[in-house]
Design a protein around this ligand. Structure first.
Ligand code: PGA
Length: 277
């Protein structure tokens, strides 16, 4: 079944959702997570912005309960590529059903620390889609790769590798979101330039188009991630090619999240012509 297309927004230049996703990484206990999620949900009620909170696995239930009744989605930070088996310490897609509706796959910290490859990430994507979990696929180059002028080539390769075994129409229906996260910008306080992130977002859509994505890739949401704060989010939100952010460190701070989502709300208002109404 096709997702309904926001046709009225399309004509105002906002054919894709604006998403602010919080990646809490290995922070918060279940009790802290519930309280933090409730506070963030209350302080980020902005029409038109899709809000997602991705806490550690053990906090998913607490966050789900804390945001019940709010229009906030809950996401996991990872998923195993098998359904079940002798994989000590791992969590599979069927286990996440009922706890999360989104899932991050291929985060650079998992590529770096756990040796996740594009092929493995592609298999994780499959599990997510099969279980109705909306995937946020993370891709991004290393600093040396950018300095060597190879950023687009590397990111395009990651995307092709992860999507190789997939039907683009199926991923489109599953609502795949790509997060472009240059590795050198993650947790470093050094963010990419908006124009460079936008160029990469367009390159990502060109690869999607090449792979046969519906609407020549135009329906694929691309987020920016890497040291996003309320002070620099506009750099990205002013780029029409970028559809929001995957926020790490700043997403643990309610003031920051309130600021970031408010700015995203202004982008939605500007694009839909509801500013001031
Ligand atoms: P950061 O993390 O905002 O702390 O740089 C982003 C991410 O890793 O998703």
């Amino acid at each position: 079944m096709d997702r309904p297309r926001p046709t009225t927004l399309w004509h105002h230049g906002l054919m894709r959702p604006i998403v602010i996703a919080a990646n809490w990484k290995m922070h918060t206990t279940p009790m802290e997570a519930g309280e933090l999620a409730a506070t963030i949900a209350r302080r980020t009620r902005v029409p038109g912005v899709t809000r997602v909170i991705c806490p550690p696995f053990v906090c998913l239930a607490a966050v789900r309960d804390a945001v019940a009744g709010e229009d906030v989605a809950v996401g996991a930070q990872n998923v195993h590529h098998e359904l079940a088996g002798a994989y000590t310490g791992e969590v599979s897609a069927p286990m996440l059903v009922g706890l999360a509706s989104w899932v991050i796959v291929g985060h650079s910290e998992r590529r770096r620390d756990f040796g996740e490859t594009d092929v493995l990430i592609g298999r994780k994507l499959r599990r997510a889609v099969e279980h109705g979990l909306r995937p946020i696929l993370c891709i991004g180059e290393q600093l040396a790769e950018r300095e060597a002028g190879r950023a687009v080539e590397v990111v395009a390769g990651q995307l092709r590798g992860a999507l190789a075994e997939h039907d683009p129409a199926e991923l489109d229906r599953a609502g795949l979101v790509v997060a472009y996260e240059p590795v050198w910008a993650i947790g470093t306080g050094r963010n990419a330039r908006g124009v460079d992130a936008a160029e990469m977002a367009e390159a990502i859509r060109s690869v999607a188009a090449e792979l046969g994505w519906p609407e020549a890739g135009a329906s694929l949401p691309v987020l920016y991630g890497g040291s996003v704060t309320s002070a620099n989010i506009d750099e990205f939100l002013t780029e029409p090619a970028i559809d929001g952010a995957l926020v790490g460190g700043a997403s643990l701070k309610p003031d920051e999240m309130a600021g970031i989502v408010a700015r995203a709300g202004l982008r939605v208002e500007a694009a839909t012509g509801t500013l001031g109404s």
